[in-house]
Design a protein around this ligand. Sequence first.
Ligand SMILES: N[C@@H](CCC(=O)N[C@@H](CS)C(=O)NCC(=O)O)C(=O)O
Length: 196
Amino acid sequence: MKHYYNSMSRAVTTDWMLKELDIKHEQIQIDLTVKSEELLHLQQINPMGKVPILKDAQTVVTEVAAICAYLADKYPEKKLAPEIHSIDRGTYYRYLFVTGNTIEPALTLAAAQITHPKPATAGWGDMTRVMSTLEALTPTTNWALGNQFTAADIVFGGLLASSVVFGILEASPKVAAYIDRIQQRPAYQDACRAFI
Ligand SMILES: N[C@@H](CCC(=O)N[C@@H](CS)C(=O)NCC(=O)O)C(=O)O
């Protein structure tokens, strides 16, 4: 299994997932700033030319949440996903999808000081609604699904943590406490050592 990665990118989240799983894989560091052979190869695998990418035999997985979900299901014994027919599965999907579809675009636009002219037509609506959603989804204790730490925390919590570290998000006390729990995890510390 190959993980195309850069230590100062969103691939840190998939690296964290791989470290939580503690599985053998090949880490391929991509310099996104120069037109290297690796970068050209990466653009052939992923037309977006972006990292992270996971290549598992013939399967190519792109997008942080898709990679984390794929890995969690591939290694069920590591218990980083609720069981397929568990009642928690819907909530789990919600965390995985709301992060990249709704929260991240909203935070990215806000960081660039851009306001969408028609929030009702933007999938993420507006910052007021996104902040209420983010606050409501943040667990008061433990993890997104209660006692079980899952890929939902890696995807959702990972975005919250990096957004605070990079000054894109101001954490409420509840969000700060959740990020603190995340930052205590050895695998997180290992994956994020380039910027924390
Ligand atoms: N939606 C993608 C975003 C990936 C992404 O934006 N990666 C950035 C690094 S953080 C990248 O590779 N940028 C290089 C470029 O766009 O040329 C995901 O969730 O994986």
